[in-house]
Design a protein around this ligand. Structure first.
Ligand SMILES: [Zn+2]
Length: 215
């Protein structure tokens, strides 16, 4: 706790008073616009990179930003996804991978998983990522594994009934991102180009229509 206590005090005494109105308004309930599924990696801060406030993002995190196919794990991911869609009515879903992902390095066989049986088992939900890369020439460059995994997990997400139904009716849009913490940049998958493009190069999208980046 000794690394955390000064922060707790600073938040309560100095930060919170400046945002009191916002936090008090959140007591009425949450209405996040986005379900963000990202890695547990300590180098990612979803609110920081999207410059959003508490109450805007409903976040699911795990090793490797993995979404087990519906029924495959009966774990917390399924419940959180269903609640975000059906209970909170989010309109965006973002799956965000990241540079230097240890889980993806392990998936690519670059990390020894002896002594980590739970991690090994969890990465079973990402075996399709490995297979896809294998069938396309087997280049296990880490950034490529990270990028491909985001798309595989998007496919897994579509097997969840709440998601497939919300996508079909246009209530929600799904996006694939890769965050590079070394450069502070986020690349967004462009399904038309079948490539990731830097968010810095994207034009602002207006209106409530379907985004060209929706998967
Ligand atoms: Zn990671």
């Amino acid at each position: 706790m000794k690394n955390l206590l000064p922060g707790l005090r600073k938040f309560s005494e100095k930060v919170f008073p400046g945002h009191r109105d916002h936090f008090e308004s959140l007591a009425q309930g949450q209405k996040p616009h986005t379900l963000m599924i990202t890695c547990s990696d300590s180098r990612i801060d979803p609110n920081l990179v999207t410059q959003t406030q508490p109450g805007e993002l409903f976040v699911v995190r795990n090793a490797g930003n993995i979404v087990p196919p519906f029924g495959a794990s009966r774990g917390g991911e399924e419940a959180a996804i269903e609640f975000a869609i059906e209970g909170l009515g989010v309109t965006n879903i973002v799956i965000c991978g990241h540079s230097q992902c240890g889980a993806m390095a392990a998936l690519a066989g670059k990390v020894n998983l002896d002594g980590l049986p739970c991690v090994k088992s969890w990465l079973g939900h990402a075996q399709a990522t490995k297979k896809r890369i294998d069938t396309r020439g087997g280049d296990f460059d880490l950034s490529r594994v990270v990028e491909e995994n985001v798309l595989v997990q998007a496919d897994n997400l579509r097997t969840h009934p709440s998601v497939s139904s919300a996508l079909r009716s246009g209530k929600v849009q799904l996006f694939g991102w890769v965050y590079s913490f070394e450069t502070g940049s986020i690349a967004v998958y462009d399904p038309r180009e079948k490539a990731y493009v830097p968010s810095m190069d994207m034009k602002e999208e207006h209106g409530n229509g379907t985004s060209r980046f929706a998967l």
